[in-house]
Design a protein. Structure first.
Length: 67
């Protein structure tokens, strides 16, 4: 598998992790009784925080270095 394809796959996984975190944060906020806009903002914040962290952890684990 090419290096570019591997990186694209790993970034896609990081985006999916961020999306799942955003959905979970939004659902939990909504179940907690917050308004829709507050739940959406919490979900967006979770996405913005989680996605780069997933990429950083993958990079720290050496997943982006060619073998």
């Amino acid at each position: 598998m090419s290096s570019l394809l591997t990186r694209a796959l790993l970034i896609s996984i990081a985006l999916l992790i961020g999306l799942v975190a955003a959905l979970a944060a939004g659902i939990l906020a909504r179940l907690g009784g917050t308004s829709y806009t507050d739940a959406v903002s919490r979900g967006g914040a979770a996405f913005v925080v989680t996605t780069p962290l997933a990429v950083l952890l993958m990079d720290a684990a050496g997943m982006f270095t060619p073998q």
